[in-house]
Design a protein around this ligand. Sequence first.
Ligand SMILES: *Cc1c(COP(=O)(O)O)cnc(C)c1O
Length: 634
Amino acid sequence: MQESWNSEKSKDLYGISHWGKSYFNISKEGDLQVHPSGKPAQKINVHTLTEDLVERGLRLPILIRFSDILHSRIQLISNCFEKAIKEYSYRGDYKGVYPIKVNQERHLVQDIVKYGEKFHLGLECGSKPELLIALAFLKSEEAFIICNGFKDSEYIETALLSQLIGRNTVIVVDRMAEVQLIINASKKLKIKPRIGFRCKLNSQGQGKWIESSGAKSKFGLTPSEMVSSIALLKKAGLLKSIELLHFHIGSQIPSIQSIKSSVKEAAHFYTELKKLAPALSLIDVGGGLGVDYDGSGASDSSTNYSEQEYANDVVSIIQSICDERKVEHPHIISESGRTLVAHSTMLIFNILGANEILKSNIDFKVTDKDSRLVQEIFEIYENVGKHNVNESYNDLVEKKRDTLQLFKYGALDLKQRAKAEDLYWASATKIQKFAQQNKEDAGDIYYSLEAELADTYFCNFSVFQSLPDSWALKQLFPVMPIHRLETKPDKRAVLVDLTCDSDGKIDSFINISEGKPQKYLEVHKLLKSQPYYLGVFLTGAYQEILGDLHNLFGDIDAVHVSINKKGYMIDHVVEGDAVTDVLSYVSYDKTILIEKIRKSCEHYIQEESLTRSEARLLMKHYEQGLSGYTYFEE
Ligand SMILES: *Cc1c(COP(=O)(O)O)cnc(C)c1O
């Protein structure tokens, strides 16, 4: 009998209220909805939108960006700091800078600059190319351009010169050697630099990105280097140029305790530095503000604090240490990137097919004509019950081993092996049901069968191109169907991608009720008559640029969507790579490829093994292939 199901149950199952903030919901009809402004009244049906995009000729997989979500995130972070400053009567102001490396896509950066203007949101760059983006797109005289990363003279001179066209550019000294480069460039160009020091904190971050902090971290000055740098700058008459103290303990810090202890240490650095460099007036607390990807509040893919708590702690800790030391409150800068852009982007792909290993019912008879082994497995199948779960499981594992052995020695024919395996899956399914009812004694069995019994769903995307952190860091992202959610997703699946790499899969998913990840995703049975779409959410930070071309699956189509009176409109389409594009990255030239095929055709036309019209057809396919999408096309 079909268990009664509805959209609310799907919402609980996939934990939307835990990771979705106020941006996601499910309609009564079972479609995923996005509320780009965070307000329930403004909504876009993601399923309808996807079909609309396909109808317009866009291709799956596709990235959908909602600029209103960006807007809402920028507002949120600025408001949190504003509120904290008011509440604590803090006497400095707050300005954020968006670190371009988190997502450099032009339309997105343009949106950030546009929506950030009101809040004097600036840009942070970590390399020369990123500086060039910042200089061209951020024209505000109020907002900061913060220059981090490895710097050569060209980087430094460009940053200095940008002050002459009204840019508010601060060069952060990440390594001691940069001090002399800055002094030289400043002398040469006769421009007074605005300088920040990045300090090396002892307080370690936590989570997957801790390497950014500690005494051995890549960037930052030790206390002794800081003292020498001040002496050097003083000698060059540039003591007044030291305006900012910066630190960054790493991205996605899961625990507020780590954040608090690093802000504390940095605030002490600030008050001490202020004694030696009196023009100091800015403290830049870096990034690290995490995104709650899995909704657990208790893992590396989550956070145990809210944005408001983060702002409150930063403001109040700096305040109390400065008050204690009788130092004026500095203006606060933060470099949050992940939390500004992650929510704005979702990845949508279709399922190409399923490999259902689950034979939960036996549709054949087992008789004494069958091999002993088949009969024995059938016995396990028949006799398994609550009382003998462990025993049945151990027997079954042994019989599976025997099956493979006997086949290898020629003692089992293909038909008998097929029967044995079908019986194996049916028994395993039955055992798992009993194990689930008694997790105390049979929990191990339950969890080890969980992955083994899941179906495989073949997905039209590449993990390496679109979700590199899921592969490289085992980061959890929310994944779920975007339609049919009014009905029960009664299949369990592992998702595999289009690459030929066994790592090209997602096999770890959010499980809110157990508080630890599960090895399968609840999905619906595929229907012949209609496509099945899955979405991966909160993918706006880092994924696109870290993605790679494994198996030559290229960039995917992307659209920027905004809400309007009629519902929504497509603001920009950014077409993904054509096959020709990805081939050119590895030095294949389209004309040479075509020429080679044409020559082969000519040869076989001469040999009379290929007709002219067959040659024309082959050439047509080849050329269409070159201009096509790298993903699966219908
Ligand atoms: C990467 C980086 C950031 C961004 O951190 P998020 O955790 O994504 O907000 C900020 N500052 C510096 C110096 C960085 O290198």
